[in-house]
Write a protein that binds this ligand. Structure first.
Ligand SMILES: Nc1nc2c(ncn2[C@@H]2O[C@H](COP(=O)(O)OP(=O)(O)OP(=O)(O)O)[C@@H](O)[C@H]2O)c(=O)[nH]1
Ligand SMILES: [Mg+2]
Length: 464
């Protein structure tokens, strides 16, 4: 029998209410030692999905510490599939820890990271991809990533993988019957049928893999570097996007030295912004370090906002930056032509000729101009990252583990198709098909090693 576990399920901070969750066959025994319902009945006598108001007994002398509410869930109708009690108490850090301590003193063990969700998975309450979506839902930082996580938690990916798996399983059992009893009248599934089903599954997996990269941008955000010569308005742009005075802005060129970072939502995209030192030749050793760091940030960027000042002609410094960016042809770049509120001097045609994506805005202009600036950037960046038409509710792969299992399955199916094409025996086809199936089982978590399960849940927080 599994041990009964307990943990604080709410954040480790003072708040209105805290919840201590207990799960396992002895959940009611543990909870009844800590919590006394005012009804006089024991929690063990309560039906599932009912709540009891009562006293929490965990003072120094085992006396009352707080009043609270205990919610009772009976196996298998709970998050974990086990008996569960959730005790809600006042949200003080000390109170919450004392309630947890009392649970641990009365037979529960402290839960490991994600152990509640792990038990839910092991008890068949959810697939591995759904369990992973729980963590994604908690960490979602944008509207789209939230919708993607919710749809995965709802089982969109699991159902898609299930459908692919079922059609391949049908092929596999036909093949097995045919290989084992070649003389008998096995329901005929022609080689053409097998070929069609495998190609169809391969197509679906390839589509999932192609969408993975776009999904990743939405979930994890894009490392975005703001670069340009001094005084063009990089820090002003940073502050505009982050909605606060994150970076220091002055009219003195060379103001920013260190990299200033902030994660912001621009429409549906999460940008991990880095405002950097203005690029120029300088004898100042501090500024020089800043310039070097700024340039090195380009190497790891997923998106660059290259800022130019519309009120000045293109300078030698601007050209050097352009040259540097051009050394990285695959890097997505938006040329930001700033200060539209001032008389335009810059030859915009030249910049537009170099950078296919450019915007003209006034990061430091009036309120209306600033709102317009955000909207313009939102449109251009969303379009560039090809997020238009991306449906976050559709089934999609959510992480590297899922991607590599799907890629493995696709490789094996490719082999199946080639084996058929080359006219090999059905035995050979079956071998490749079985490998594809085991990769799919690993993806959904139906047959997966403990090591993989450990890796999935170690990223969770304690209490989830
Ligand atoms: N008129 C006008 N001035 C702006 C605009 N954006 C920024 N500025 C001004 O330009 C000057 C430089 O702005 P910063 O944001 O500090 O420029 P920076 O590129 O970060 O400069 P360094 O940190 O020195 O590299 C400040 O005086 C800003 O107020 C704008 O859209 N219009
Ligand atoms: Mg600056």
């Amino acid at each position: 029998m599994k041990e009964t576990i307990a943990a604080i399920a709410t954040p480790q901070a003072a708040g209105g209410i805290s919840v201590i969750r207990i799960s396992g066959s002895d959940a009611f025994v543990v909870a009844d030692s800590v919590f006394r319902p005012v009804s006089g009945r024991k929690l063990a006598e309560y039906k599932g999905y009912t709540a009891a108001y009562g006293h929490i007994l965990c003072g120094n002398d085992g006396g009352e510490l707080d009043d609270g509410v205990a919610t009772v869930f009976r196996a298998p109708h709970s998050y974990t599939g086990e008996n569960v009690v959730e005790i809600s108490c006042h949200g003080g850090l000390l109170i919450t820890r004392k309630v947890l301590r009392a649970c641990l003193d009365n037979g529960a063990r402290l839960a490991g990271p994600g152990e509640f969700t792990r038990r839910a998975f092991l008890n068949g309450k959810m697939s591995l991809t759904q369990a992973e979506a729980v963590a994604d839902l908690i960490s979602a930082g944008s509207e789209r990533s939230l919708r993607a996580a919710h749809s995965a938690m709802d089982g969109a990916l699991y159902r898609k993988i299930r459908l692919i798996t079922e059609s391949l399983l049908a092929v596999s059992s036909h093949l097995a019957a045919y290989i084992d009893y070649p003389e008998e009248d096995v329901d005929e599934l022609t080689v053409q049928d097998i070929d069609r089903i495998c190609r169809d599954s391969l197509g679906q997996l390839r589509q999932l893999l192609a969408n993975f990269e776009r999904g990743r941008l939405i979930r994890e955000g894009v490392d975005t570097v703001i670069i340009g010569k001094p005084n063009v308005g990089k820090s002003t742009l940073m502050n505009l996007l982050s909605g606060c005075a994150r970076s220091i802005v002055t009219n003195i060129p060379g103001t920013t030295r260190d990299v200033v970072e902030e994660t912001v939502n621009l429409g549906d995209v999460v940008l991990r912004l880095a405002d950097t030192a203005g690029i120029r030749e300088t004898d100042n050793p501090v500024e020089k370090i800043g310039v070097d760091i700024a340039l090195s940030r380009l190497e790891t960027a997923g998106l660059v906002l290259a800022v130019f000042d519309l009120s000045e002609p293109l300078s030698e410094e601007d050209r050097k930056i352009i040259g540097r960016i051009r050394e990285m042809p695959r890097l997505p770049v938006v040329a930001v032509l700033n200060k539209t509120d001032l008389p335009a001097v810059l030859d915009t045609e030249e910049i537009i000729g170099i950078f296919p994506h450019s915007v003209q805005l006034s990061a430091g202009g009036s309120m209306e101009e600033q709102e317009q600036a955000i909207e313009t950037l939102n449109q251009v960046i969303g379009g560039m990252l090809m997020l238009d038409g991306f449906d976050p509710s559709a089934a999609s792969l959510a992480n590297e583990r899922q991607r590599s299992a799907a890629a493995q399955a696709a490789d094996c199916l490719q082999e199946v198709v080639q084996t058929i094409e080359a006219g090999y025996t059905l035995d050979a086809v079956d071998v490749a098909l079985e490998s594809a199936l085991s990769a799919l089982f690993e993806l959904s978590g139906e047959k997966v090693s403990d090591t993989v399960i450990d890796q999935v849940f170690e990223k969770f927080c304690v209490g989830k």
